[in-house]
Design a protein around this ligand. Structure first.
Ligand SMILES: [Zn+2]
Length: 145
C-alpha cells in the first residue's frame, strides 16, 4: 500500500518512488509549446532522453503545488490580460488532470492502478463525473478491487 501523497508509482519502471525527493515530473511539448505526456518518474535513473521538461516532484505537492499546477492552465487575474486571456499551455487536459489528482488527491495514486478493472468500470458507469475521485470512494476502490 502506498503512503498517500508520499509515495508514487514510477511511469517508467513501475516500481515505487518512496520519497518526493526521489521523483521528477516530466513532460513534452508540441511545436506550439503546448504540454502533454506528463509522467512521474524516479529522477535521473528512469528519465527518458526525449522529455525536454523535468521538475522535482516536490514542487507539485501541497498548496504550493496546487498553485503551480493552476499556472499551467490560467495566468490568473493579474497576468491574464489582452492576448494572454484564456492562455493555456496544456494540450491534453485528461493527462494533466490525471497528474493533478496524482499529486493532490489522497489515495488516487493507489486506486489508479485499478482503473482498468472491468468490474470497477461497470460499477462506475452511471456515477457522476465527481464521484470516482473523491477520497472516500478512492479508498473503497483500493479495498474492493
Ligand atoms: Zn523508475
Amino acid at each position: 500500500m502506498l503512503k498517500p501523497l508520499q509515495e508514487w508509482i514510477c511511469d517508467t519502471c513501475g516500481k515505487t518512488i518512496t520519497s518526493a525527493d526521489d521523483g521528477y515530473v516530466i513532460w513534452r511539448h508540441d511545436i506550439d509549446q503546448r504540454d502533454f505526456d506528463f509522467k512521474i518518474i524516479h529522477k535521473f535513473v528512469c528519465e527518458p532522453p526525449s522529455f525536454p521538461s523535468s521538475v522535482p516532484l516536490g514542487e507539485f505537492l501541497g498548496s504550493k503545488g496546487s498553485t503551480y499546477l493552476l499556472s499551467f492552465i490560467s495566468l490568473g487575474k493579474i497576468k491574464a490580460r489582452g492576448r494572454y486571456r484564456n492562455y493555456c499551455h496544456v494540450l491534453d487536459f485528461d493527462e494533466f488532470v490525471d497528474l493533478y489528482r496524482r499529486v493532490q488527491i489522497p489515495y488516487y495514486e493507489e486506486a489508479r492502478k485499478k482503473f482498468n478493472n472491468p468490474a470497477l468500470l461497470a460499477e462506475m458507469e452511471d456515477a457522476s463525473e465527481l464521484h470516482p475521485y473523491q477520497e472516500d470512494v478512492l479508498k473503497q476502490i483500493i479495498e474492493k478491487y
